[in-house]
Design a binder for this molecule. Structure first.
Ligand code: DOR
Ligand code: ZN
Length: 432
């Protein structure tokens, strides 16, 4: 199909474009970005089999990429399947997602990686990049088979959900991943410091009488992984940064030339630990919501580029796991369908320009994970997201495409929405 996206504001940070332009899609690829790309004669358009979408007032951006999603299949299909997760992705404007390996069985071998890719092909919605486990069973004892996993299609390695406590194993993981040119994605948490904890350690946890998870449990592992990566001479990607200390450590490491990249999630930018006052399990997440000072530091890190990616950490859980006492509730929040709208609040507040936000959700994400996409360059796959920056809407968890409803943002009024999601030249979601 040939498609013309006409007259929208094209924001493509990968090419430093921010202008009113047309985008022409042919054969599933970006054919051109420019002015008045196709003649206006109506009959002519029809003859050419051209679909024209008038996008005046809309933003046309490279398809959003989420590098931190939990799809739960195989093993926890009642929370999410590859298909339902992809439905949620395209509804939220995401054309590519990378999924974490904490499934059952864990994605630590080629048959699981191949299975996920097969399910993704069947779903035929978003591009799916499986991240395989750093260690067998994510148990932190033996490395999984990296060469085999790469051949099967793994996009990187992580034991996300659990930290790699064994520093020697992390060193070997970084060495092997480096030789295969795949990223290590680190969930940073020192378990001796965080165990028994239910929320951020600080004034709020003292007031509520809940055992705390101190920021130092995150900071110390961010520091460790940076030092190991520096020693090995490779890069490391830090997941879901939530603390002021982690931001400072990453900033300082980058200043001395260490190849460390980092992501944070919308909830670490918009919520703090005071939200836990009602003991609502929707706010339970790991790392936990931190103090207002930490939130300010994470925002500053996002602003100055220390944190170059916003990822959802979409972590679906069913009511069985969430509608229980706080202590027993699972950690995590869904995010794919709310991320863009939530992040647009940062644009409205003036923390980021539209182009800076889109960079953190597209080209930077692709670069960190070394996957294709994140650009409207000629010849690239036509993965495109159209955003209505004036479409205010209220989050209604009952309307989620995701199988799970565990969002703390139910009822929030959000300022903008993805209204069209195109993957490989095909429309996968539209509410134009
Ligand atoms: O809150 C979280 N939920 N943090 C993680 O690291 C894992 C995730 C999950 O898998 O539910
Ligand atoms: Zn994690």
């Amino acid at each position: 199909m040939t498609m013309l996206l006409r007259g929208g504001r094209v924001i493509d940070p990968s090419q430093k474009i921010d202008d009113i332009l047309d985008v022409l899609i042919e054969g599933g690829k970006i054919a051109a970005v420019g002015r008045n790309l196709v003649d206006d004669g109506k009959g002519k358009k029809k003859d050419m089999g051209l679909t024209v979408l008038d996008l005046k007032g809309k933003l046309v951006v490279p398809g959003l990429i989420d590098i931190h999603t939990h799809l739960r299949e195989p093993g926890y299909e009642y929370k999410e399947t590859v298909e339902s997760g992809c439905e949620a992705a395209v509804a939220g404007g995401f054309t590519s997602i990378a999924c974490m390996p904490n499934t059952n069985p864990v994605n630590d071998n080629r048959s699981v990686t191949e299975f996920i890719l097969r399910q993704a092909r069947k779903a035929n919605l978003a591009n799916v990049y499986p991240i395989a486990a750093i260690s067998k069973g994510s148990e932190g004892k033996m490395l999984s088979e990296y060469g085999d996993l790469k051949e099967a299609g793994a996009a990187g390695f992580s034991d996300d959900g659990r930290p790699v406590m064994h520093a020697g194993l992390m060193k070997r993981a970084l060495e092997y991943a480096h030789s295969l040119e795949l990223p290590i994605v680190a969930h940073c948490e020192e378990l001796q410091l965080s165990k028994w904890g239910l929320m951020n350690e600080g004034l709020s946890s003292t007031e509520l009488g809940m055992p705390g998870i101190p920021t130092i449990s995150e900071d110390i592992m961010v520091m460790r992984d940076i030092l190991i990566a520096e020693y090995v001479g490779t890069s490391v990607h830090i997941c879901h940064v939530s603390s002021a200390g982690a931001v400072r450590i990453i900033r300082q490491a980058r200043e001395r030339g260490v190849k460390v990249t980092a992501e944070t999630a919308p909830h670490y930018l918009l919520l703090n630990d005071e939200a836990l006052k009602g003991f609502e399990t929707a706010y339970k997440v790991n790392p936990p919501l931190r103090s207002a000072e930490d939130v300010a530091a994470v925002r500053a890190g996002l602003r100055d580029g220390t944190i170059e990616v916003i990822a959802c950490d979409h972590a679906p859980h069913s009511s069985i796991e969430k509608e229980v006492e706080f202590e027993y509730a699972a950690s995590g929040m869904v995010g794919l369908e709310t991320s863009l709208g939530l992040c647009w609040k940062l644009v409205e507040e003036g923390l980021l320009t539209p182009s800076e936000l889109i960079a953190r959700m597209t080209v930077n994400a692709a670069r960190v994970l070394r996957i294709p996409g994140g650009t409207l360059k000629k010849g690239a796959d036509a993965d495109v997201t159209v955003i209505d920056p004036k479409r205010a809407w209220a989050v209604d968890i009952r309307k989620f495409r995701s199988k799970s409803r565990n969002s703390p943002f139910d009822g929030w009024k959000l300022p903008a929405k993805a209204v069209l999601t195109i993957v490989g030249g095909d429309i996968k979601y539209s509410e134009l």
